[in-house]
Design a binder for this molecule. Structure first.
Ligand SMILES: [Zn+2]
Length: 86
């Protein structure tokens, strides 16, 4: 199956041929401070747990300036206001 998903490095939509264990999934990440949400289509594997699937989306958002770690998910506007360094 061929699908269009956000490329993890460029963020642009790219065509991808899926393996049999893979499927496209719409994943939403919320900013823990302002509630801003970003939804994207990502390729996940049926072998992944749900935290691992969320991590796929978070990895993409880190490239967009988000801070996503064990303290929570923060959009580019909020990450500086919650005392994150770097
Ligand atoms: Zn925010």
């Amino acid at each position: 199956m061929r699908v269009y998903v956000n490329d993890l490095t460029t963020g642009e939509l790219v065509a991808r041929e899926l393996e049999t264990h893979e499927y496209p999934s719409q994943i939403t990440v919320f900013c823990d401070r302002c509630g801003d949400e970003v939804t994207g289509d990502y390729v996940v594997s049926e072998h992944m747990t749900s935290p691992e699937r969320l991590e796929v989306a978070r990895a993409h958002l880190r490239g967009e300036g988000w801070v996503c770690d064990k303290t929570g998910d923060y959009c580019p506007d909020c990450k500086t206001k919650v005392g994150h360094r770097g």
